[in-house]
Write a protein that binds this ligand. Structure first.
Ligand code: ADP
Ligand code: ASP
Ligand code: MG
Length: 436
């Protein structure tokens, strides 16, 4: 069985939904994981923000606008009166539900429930579309099997047991449809896997049923060697190893959710990135295979904060770094990059929600300097041997870019540099020379 995940743009219009029907029909047996239609989750986020503020008037207007956009899509997608009626009833029921939250105290619990509506609508619409075209499919409610534990981590045992039970109830069926992104938490409440989380859903589902392959279908022809949003002349890479893909996704390659690679790596399930707009394209295959190439790809992640702790006490002392790391551990803030000298340590964080507290604690150890608005640029390639000279090529390409930190040697396939966010695009463009 294969998992086919389609992102927001792939289900973004009635015509795209019709194209999906063609793609999924070619498979022998599969679970199709869908995101919400493009723009829906953003609109739902805006609605929840207005509801938190108690701005009911604007919330109602946004709800109305979103509902109208769905009514036009339904009118375009379904041909028969039967499915037009079913489609309109579906939309009405979800929007009655959303409107229920207006004029009331709005909590995080309700926010999650509102955010889940996008995926619930897109999957039901697709299911009806298949039914209207006499294609059998089973709609599997993700809320019956997808679950996170008290730390927000997927509950693999629960997912596997419950997904298998759900599938087992339809032993004759070959085509299943389910929602990406949404799940329940340890208290059984509706929750989600964070923005872009449908990719993560797909890999968790793939692992739970030991799928033959997980396919991520999107609006581009594969994993590109540089960020196509900022750099011209990028191209799809045909093969990447799990580690390379994980590194690039973590450091900003938006094509994949950063958490989605690891589960597939651990279960050795290949991941294929495919283009919905051009299904014949080969795409990118992510597997255990390591294709040795000097420099394969670059990616960048914005919104990084650098923290420097300068202290004479670090000189010849052991245990100093442990104390520093403990502060980040207490405040549950992951560190991405780290560099040290005898008198200072610099590190970077992405989540600044506890920065004030962290800074206050670190001041006990020395002088703390904070630089916000930084970007990590990650260069992935074969850096095993000095003889390959790859590092030299990277730094030559970046000779015009002021570098705040450099991380080299952490793994065999990655060099990361920290630059001011305003220099990021130029740096990515300069690095593109490495591929010509
Ligand atoms: P979906 O809605 O299908 O999940 P996303 O917008 O999350 O799609 O991801 C696809 C987009 O990721 C592409 O349109 C592209 O602009 C962006 N992107 C960023 N970096 C890369 C990269 N290295 N390779 C391919 N696409 C990338
Ligand atoms: N719909 C969700 C989002 O927009 C999840 C996803 O698309 O992966 O973030
Ligand atoms: Mg995405």
């Amino acid at each position: 069985m294969k998992i086919l995940k389609f992102g927001g743009t792939s289900v973004g219009t009635p015509q795209r939904i019709q194209n999906l029907a063609q793609i999924v029909q070619n498979e022998e047996s599969s679970i199709v994981v869908l995101s919400a239609m493009a723009g829906t989750t953003n609109a739902l986020v805006e609605i929840t923000e207005l509801l938190y503020k108690g701005d009911d008037k604007n919330a109602l207007q946004k709800i109305e606008d979103l509902e109208q956009s769905y009514i036009s899509r339904v009118n375009e997608l379904y041909k028969s009166d039967k499915y037009l009626t079913k489609g309109l009833e579906l939309i009405n029921s979800h929007f009655v539900y959303i409107r229920n939250f207006v004029h009331k105290t709005f909590t995080q619990l309700q926010e999650k429930a509102v955010l889940a509506q996008g995926e619930l609508i897109s999957t039901a619409m697709f299911h009806y579309h298949l039914a209207e075209n006499h294609i059998d499919s089973v709609l599997l409610p993700a809320l019956n099997f997808m679950r996170i534990d008290k730390d927000g981590e997927p509950d693999s045992y629960y997912i596997q047991e419950n997904l298998k039970r759900e599938i087992g109830q339809h032993s004759q069926s070959k085509l299943f449809i389910t929602q990406g992104y949404i799940c329940r938490n340890t208290y059984g409440e509706v929750d989600n896997l964070h923005r872009g989380g449908s990719d993560y859903s797909a890999s968790l589902i793939g692992v739970a049923i030991s799928a033959e392959e997980v396919q991520i279908w999107t609006d581009i022809d594969g994993f590109h060697n540089n960020d196509p949003r900022f750099v011209e002349n990028t191209h799809a890479i045909s093969e990447l190893s799990f580690d390379e893909a994980a590194e690039l996704a973590y450091f900003g390659a938006k094509i994949m959710h950063p958490a989605s690679v690891l589960p597939c790596k651990l279960s050795n399930i290949p991941v294929r990135l495919k283009n919905t707009l051009s299904p014949i394209d080969e795409g990118t295959l992510i597997s255990t295979k390591l294709n040795r190439k000097r420099i394969k790809a670059v990616a960048a992640k914005d919104g990084i904060t650098a923290v420097k702790i300068k202290s004479g006490r670090m000189l010849l002392a052991y245990g100093f770094l442990r104390k520093i790391f403990e502060v980040f551990e207490i405040y549950r803030t992951p560190i991405d990059m780290i560099t040290t000298s005898e008198v200072a340590v610099s590190l970077t964080i992405d989540d600044t929600s506890k920065l004030k507290e962290i800074e206050a604690e670190l001041e006990k150890f020395g002088i703390v300097e904070i630089d916000k608005n930084q970007s990590i640029i990650c260069i992935v390639g074969d850096f095993i041997s000095e003889a390959s000279g790859s590092a030299k090529l990277v730094f030559e390409a970046l000779e015009e870019t002021p570098l705040r930190m450099i991380s080299y040697g952490g793994s065999n396939h990655n060099i990361s540099v920290l630059v001011d966010q305003k220099n990021k695009v130029e740096a990515l463009k300069s690095l593109n020379k490495l591929f010509s």
